[in-house]
Design a protein. Structure first.
Length: 223
């Protein structure tokens, strides 16, 4: 019995150590890498599948995990889409570029609110300053104009830090656009073809005998 208890204690200890190591590994994997910048995007459908004519809403995320003394300045994030995915809107930024002036904007070195210009296949987001340990995100919409599989290349992020220019390639996104369905959801009859509505036939098989019995009962009652 003592031997069995020792084996049980040993197995329990091994399992506990294994679970602790797995938990530490998962926790480490969930933590973002320090001293780094991350950029990725995702769409409003988990399967990234649309139909021709649909509008896809895409969110872009930029995370700054650099140190406290490493403030990003003069940062630009650029995204290009294929011609089949026309950009129709970028957050609350107007398509009209008459008020866009990046030179004047960058003179205010303390502003963290970005400016943007965009067209049907390209967008450019600029920050004068991005503070450490901050997250920036924005959305844009594309119109799916043609059938096929299309990829949006990862964003290009250029920035300066401590008077050094750096760049980052963000994660891209793949979308599938299917043709607009032309087949009706209803089974349409074909000329010369007989369609049996089984629910109607079954109902008549039950209703006709019942009606006959009721009529016979009424007739007998009147006699």
């Amino acid at each position: 019995m003592n031997k069995a208890n020792r084996y049980f204690s040993l197995i329990t200890s091994v399992l506990m150590i294994t679970f602790v190591l797995i938990g530490l590994t998962n926790n480490a994997a969930a933590q973002p890498p320090l001293e780094s910048v991350m950029s990725y995007m995702f769409c409003d459908k988990e399967d990234s599948t649309y139909i021709v004519g649909d509008t896809a809403n895409i969110t872009v995320v930029l995370k700054n995990y650099l140190g406290e003394n490493e403030t990003i300045v003069n940062a630009t994030l650029a995204i290009q889409t294929p011609a089949e995915l026309n950009i129709t809107q970028v957050a609350n930024f107007s398509y009209d570029m008459s008020g866009y002036n990046s030179t004047e904007y960058l003179l205010n070195e303390n502003t963290t609110t970005p400016i943007c210009w965009w067209n049907n296949t390209y967008l450019n987001m600029t920050w004068a300053k991005i503070n450490p340990y901050t997250l920036h995100d924005f959305w844009f919409t594309v119109n799916c104009t043609e059938e096929g599989s299309f990829g949006i290349e990862g964003s290009t992020f250029d920035y300066s830090i401590n008077n050094k220019t750096k760049n980052l390639e963000g994660e891209g996104l793949a979308l599938t656009v299917n043709a607009e369905p032309t087949i009706s959801r209803l089974n349409m009859p074909v000329r010369g073809e007989t369609i049996w509505y089984w629910w109607l036939a079954g109902g008549l098989l039950i209703a006709i005998p019942l009606i006959t019995i009721i009529i016979m009962r009424i007739t007998l009652w009147k006699r």
